[in-house]
Write a protein that binds this ligand. Sequence first.
Ligand SMILES: C[S@@+](CC[C@H](N)C(=O)[O-])C[C@H]1O[C@@H](n2cnc3c(N)ncnc32)[C@H](O)[C@@H]1O
Length: 256
Amino acid sequence: MPEPSPEPSDPRQYRPHVARNREPILAVLARVLPPRGLVLEIASGSGEHVAYFAARLPALSWQPSDPDPQALASIAAHRAASGAPNLLVPLHLDVTASAWPVERADVVMCCNMIHIAPWTACEGLIAGAERTLPAGGLLYLYGPYTIDGRHTAPSNEAFDRQLKSQNAAWGIRDLAEVTALAKRHHFALAETVPMPANNFSVIFRRGAQQGPSALARVRSTLRFASRFRDAERALRRYCDGLRLRQTRGAGDFDWT
Ligand SMILES: C[S@@+](CC[C@H](N)C(=O)[O-])C[C@H]1O[C@@H](n2cnc3c(N)ncnc32)[C@H](O)[C@@H]1O
């Protein structure tokens, strides 16, 4: 069914790809998301995805975000039209910022951003997801990828060329590179789901907080123990000094 065309004053944006991909994405989300908790959507764009998902997965709270003011206006208008109580007010969030306006979420999801932004955006997204998610939290990515450096379809190759002609820093990312980056931020690849139109759902799970390595822990214990050894040596030297003075007949201790 065609989407309604908004009034000129209506900031709601409608993207044709959203109407095509929201059901297959929802099917994956319904299977992998936790039953309750906060889903932080990065790069919400028009806001159609988040409005659709929030209405269909009402036990979860949905936090949309985007750095673009027109996108924020569109998301807010879709939110108002949906009336979903679990859909929160959209936030300005640029993934490359060193702090995000949401400090804790159970899921971070991002559709169609990392190939339409410089690689630093992918780095920011994964670093921010690491800061925001607890151990076991999900990072869900959706979009096209190359696999081992190869495009999965001629249409993706043409799309990649078009992206790079628009901005040399953009382009379809390689799944192995994204996975390696995620691993450096303590995410394990849980699942890759082929989606319609040569896209993938890529699901990472955040591992436990990494403490210092075993070697670092041994070193720190030794450093701690050496403080006692130093104190013990100093005490021995002091007691030896006292005994010496007593044997020399100094009598009372000299405390100075
Ligand atoms: C192609 S749209 C995707 C929108 C929506 N997720 C979808 O699938 O229809 C890309 C979005 O990424 C956002 N974006 C670009 N750079 C970003 C950044 N550094 N941090 C967060 N979002 C960013 C843009 O504002 C835009 O809304």
